[in-house]
Design a protein around this ligand. Structure first.
Ligand code: ADP
Length: 407
């Protein structure tokens, strides 16, 4: 079964007699008709070309979303075709169209009529976004892909793997990278809440448009599971679902894709290297030595799947005290132990990349949908440094096959 068959977004009918608000002109209105320029359709379309679809992030003219344009003196009426009838971004698009058109010299009033694309138009758009092909492969698995894929894993739940993923994603996006996150943690999908995702993904002719939060494209297995139900998918179905997340989602051109894996060494951890052989692994653990053992096991799967472990992150490392000292609430040494053991097992240096303190702001930010890495706090500082380290190598050519044949 396709995840789209499971997914049933709430679709509200498009109101074709949408009544836009008349917009106040920003500049003094000329009273002498002879002074006024005649508004041309070319000017109107040029102005519409500056309006971006908020999630596809391409001009609405390029996406063929502009249907009819009519000009009556100083009044412009445009019909915009939404990609899906229930498009949650209707109001944003309307406001942006109104604002862009009010910038055109001579325009005093704008009417925006909302329609939606028919099946044929949606198919054409999907093909256009696919780069003209019917079926899509996983873009990150292609030899020339410049996207760095990092799978975040842990030995057990509750160590802060999802918090690290969400915060890294937000920090990297803040640093100017194009970032996507796939929440593949089937047992505890928490990324949409942590990232503050407000609506479900739109689907255009089978292609899924990921919602964007804090400039990060977010997809979660939780978006395809009815509220309150557990995921009962096993092996092949899970593999297919992950494959669709990677292939059927319009990711665009990403610098980094972070995958939040379920804890342990289950089906998903084995599917990822099959689907994206170049995916690297980031191991999250806590300072407790008992946690370190299971984390080491999750990391050592890389030896069998021939993936690279990019490093270890120790979370909940200490509680900063008022006098500047550290209280090691959960013991110490877990992160460095995992890093040392993985280095020995894998035969190359696996560094301990960060030690993140316990921080109430981190927990609150996760609950409220504002990653702490976007604010100022002890944990934020460490997370931003980690994002710098990992993001720095994104799009690098080191170690990549350049596709040139030596003479
Ligand atoms: P996992 O993905 O490993 O199951 P989560 O990221 O969901 O773990 O974290 C579990 C809980 O611990 C969440 O409520 C989260 O806000 C909290 N948490 C994680 N890291 C920290 C930290 N450094 N300081 C305070 N709370 C944290």
């Amino acid at each position: 079964m396709s995840i789209l068959q499971i997914f049933s977004p709430h679709i509200s009918p498009v109101s074709l007699d949408f009544q836009p608000s008349a917009v106040q002109h920003r500049y003094p209105v000329a009273t002498n008709m002879a002074c006024m320029n005649t508004v041309t359709e070319e000017q109107v379309r040029e102005a519409l070309g500056t309006v971006m679809d908020p999630e596809i992030r391409r001009p609405i003219t390029e996406l063929k979303m502009v249907d009819e344009v009519s000009i009556d003196g100083t009044t412009v009426t445009v019909t915009i075709l939404l990609t899906t009838a229930g498009c949650p971004l209707k109001t944003t698009i309307t406001e942006q169209v109104e604002a862009a058109l009010m910038e055109v010299e001579g325009v005093e009033k704008v009417h925006v009529i909302m329609g939606s694309m028919n099946e044929e138009q949606r198919k054409a758009l999907r093909e256009y976004l696919n780069g003209g092909v019917e079926e899509r492969d996983i873009p990150f698995a292609q030899p020339g892909s410049l996207t760095r894929v990092i799978a975040v894993t842990s030995g057990k739940g509750g160590v802060g793997k999802s918090s690290v993923t969400a915060n890294l994603a937000a920090a990297m996006a803040k640093q100017g990278l194009k970032v996507g996150v796939v929440d593949a943690d089937i047992y505890g999908f928490s990324i949409p809440r942590m990232m503050g995702v407000e609506h479900e993904p739109q689907v255009i002719d089978g292609m899924i448009i990921p919602p964007i939060a804090h400039d990060v494209k977010v997809m979660s297995i939780g978006m395809f599971v009815p509220d309150g139900q557990a995921v009962v998918w096993r092996g092949p179905m899970l593999h297919r679902a992950i494959q669709q997340f990677l292939a059927d989602v319009f990711w665009g051109d990403l610098d980094v894709l972070l995958l939040d894996l379920p804890p342990g060494t289950g089906d998903v951890a084995i599917s990822i290297p099959q689907l994206i052989p170049s995916a690297e692994i980031l191991v999250v653990t806590t300072p407790q030595l008992a946690a370190a053992e299971v984390a080491e096991r999750a990391g050592s799967i890389a030896g069998q799947t021939r993936q690279r472990v990019v490093g270890v992150v120790e979370n909940m490392s200490y509680l900063p005290q008022a006098d500047g000292t550290h209280l090691n609430l959960f013991g110490e040494g877990g992160g460095s132990t995992v890093a040392a053991r993985l280095s020995t097992a894998l035969g190359y240096e696996v560094p301990l990349l960060a030690q993140i303190p316990l921080d109430v702001d981190l927990r609150e930010g996760g609950d409220q949908g504002t990653p702490v890495s976007l604010t100022d706090s002890p944990a934020s500082e460490v997370l931003n440094e980690l994002a710098q380290k990992l993001g720095h190598h994104a799009r690098g050519l080191a170690g990549r096959q350049l596709g040139v044949t030596p003479m």
